[in-house]
Design a protein around this ligand. Structure first.
Ligand SMILES: Cc1cc2nc3c(=O)[nH]c(=O)nc-3n(C[C@H](O)[C@H](O)[C@H](O)COP(=O)(O)OP(=O)(O)OC[C@H]3O[C@@H](n4cnc5c(N)ncnc54)[C@H](O)[C@@H]3O)c2cc1C
Length: 467
């Protein structure tokens, strides 16, 4: 831990801190004209200390926007560095062209079709867990056509905003290409004529949402990405989203965290968050434990929960029930063996629900979803399914002997909409539950959250949380 933790019984509650929280809370709510309120909040934010809980892609981008807004910021994480859990080895896609949530009218039938298959994209392992069943029921509700429609529109708006913000953060932080970024679009591939038949309607829908996509024949797909040559006999066609991109989320998170640390944001690494303490509606500290087992309390004026799948656990004792459930996924990262056979354009195999991104001289292939609690055990059959995909779809592209297998827990809400906004109490906020799209949605979500903390309404039509 970089800094000594304040001994447990001692609480840093100076008059300045407490007054700041109260005045800030009143200012955010007061009906004064926006210009006066903005000027006032600008000044008060300079004496507000915000603590971000979690240093994954969402926590670090949140810290960035809060710092830009003038807050004093610190970050807590149990890992020795930023981006070491779910943000570590995801599919790498900034996938604006995939706003459709998992919960859609076809999902229950697909789940039944895949039941019992080792290589099924989705596996549900029923447990004696009320949280799991509550989540599954809620997921079914989100499969109703009008819910899917509403969720798709909200995700699309946030994703478009987020990609713009990603470019702004990258430029302002001077990150450049430290994270193997590649702006060559995403090609969605269909291997069944029946699935491909829906592509024109899907493209039209995406275009209406402001996302640039084009339906491509199999030959056009091969022209866009020559590394797909081996697929010519089996490929039905594709959807090309030229504006999409990809990059290594962990490297981006780590680079941004370094910039923030240089600029004065304090990172408490190897510090496990155990509990939030509160007095009435005011969170007044975070009980933590360092890597040597020493307990302590860290304090601030406001707290933002960005703990991925673990977010519900920390706020449960406050009476908050966040609808987030861990959905396990797998990825392999392998060195490119033959550059001519390894795609430059990011791919989404729509039939197998597998994505593939070129990250410098590595290829990342990711997919599968398991509802199995917080278990991170690697199932060799699932790993083999992804390696088999690489062998059959991209023969000779990677060196499978050097492939690194990884699992992560997507912090999934039933709707796939992240939870951005206010928690119960004056000084608790959320930016969490980004599910399948945390890398895609991170910068936009963090910008919205920092705006809300400054009393500003979101600039895009997204349903933020206001309890
Ligand atoms: C296989 C797979 C493929 C994916 N592919 C893509 C993709 O291509 N594109 C995309 O946009 N998204 C993708 N995602 C989703 C994306 O990776 C996640 O949505 C995102 O990483 C979530 O980020 P986060 O910061 O919320 O969570 P995390 O990265 O998990 O960060 C949470 C942080 O909180 C810390 N923490 C938790 N509990 C505690 C505690 N008690 N004390 C201290 N610290 C704690 C953890 O150490 C961690 O650093 C994929 C996910 C998976 C699993």
């Amino acid at each position: 831990m970089s800094d000594p933790i304040i001994p447990f019984p001692r609480r840093l509650r100076t008059t300045r801190c407490t007054l700041a929280v109260i005045i800030y809370g009143l200012a955010v709510r007061c009906p004064a004209p926006d210009t006066y309120r903005a000027v006032f909040l600008e000044h008060i934010s300079q004496v507000m200390h915000v603590m971000v809980l979690g240093a994954g892609i969402t926590g670090v981008t949140t810290a960035w926007y809060l710092k830009q807004a003038g807050f004093e910021v610190s970050v807590i994480d149990r890992q020795p560095q930023a981006g070491q859990e779910t943000s570590f080895a995801n599919g790498g896609q900034i996938s604006v062209s995939h706003p459709e949530p998992w919960a859609n009218p076809a999902a229950p039938f697909l789940a039944l079709r895949w039941l019992g298959r080792d290589d099924a994209p989705l596996r549900f392992s029923p447990q004696a867990s009320l949280d799991q069943w509550r989540w599954a029921l809620s997921f079914l509700h989100e499969c109703l056509p009008w819910r899917t429609q509403r969720n798709t529109e909200a995700i699309a708006a946030l994703a478009i905003h987020s990609q713009r913000e990603l470019h702004r953060v990258r430029a302002a932080a001077g990150i450049g290409n430290d994270y193997d970024a590649r702006e060559q679009g995403i090609l969605h591939l269909f291997f069944s004529v029946r699935d491909f038949a829906h592509a024109p309607a899907r493209a039209e829908h995406l275009m209406r949402l402001g996302i640039d996509v084009r339906v491509c024949s199999a030959a056009e797909c091969l022209a866009i990405e020559p590394a797909l040559a081996a697929l010519a006999p089996t490929l039905a066609g594709g959807l090309h989203a030229p504006g999409d991109e990809n990059g290594d989320a962990m490297r981006f998170t780590s680079a941004l965290a370094k910039v923030l640390a240089r600029d004065g944001v304090q990172f408490h690494y190897q510090t496990t968050i155990e509990r939030l303490t509160h007095t009435g509606g005011l969170i007044d500290g975070v009980e933590v434990r360092d890597s040597e087992g020493r307990a302590g309390t860290l304090t601030a004026n406001a707290y933002v929960v960005c703990m991925g799948s673990f977010s519900p656990l920390i706020v449960h004792s406050l009476g908050e029930r966040l609808p987030i459930y861990p959905v396990k996924g797998y990825s392999i990262t392998a060195p490119v063996a033959d550059p001519a056979r390894a795609p430059q354009v990011s791919l989404t195999d729509e039939s197998r629900r597998i994505v593939c991104s070129r990250l410098g001289d590595r290829l990342r292939i990711a997919g599968t979803a398991e509802l199995n609690g917080f278990d991170l055990t690697i199932d060799p059959a699932r790993g083999r399914a992804i390696l088999d995909w690489a062998r059959t779809r991209l023969p000779g592209a990677i060196d499978p002997a050097q492939a690194k297998l990884w699992t992560g827990l997507r912090p999934a809400t039933p709707s796939n909409l992240p939870i951005i906004g206010k928690g119960r109490g004056v000084n608790l906020w959320y930016n969490t539950g980004h599910g399948t799209l945390g890398w895609t949605l991170a910068c936009g979500s963090a910008e919205i959250l920092a705006g809300l903390m400054h009393g500003r309404a979101p600039t895009v039509p997204f349903p933020v949380r206001r309890p």
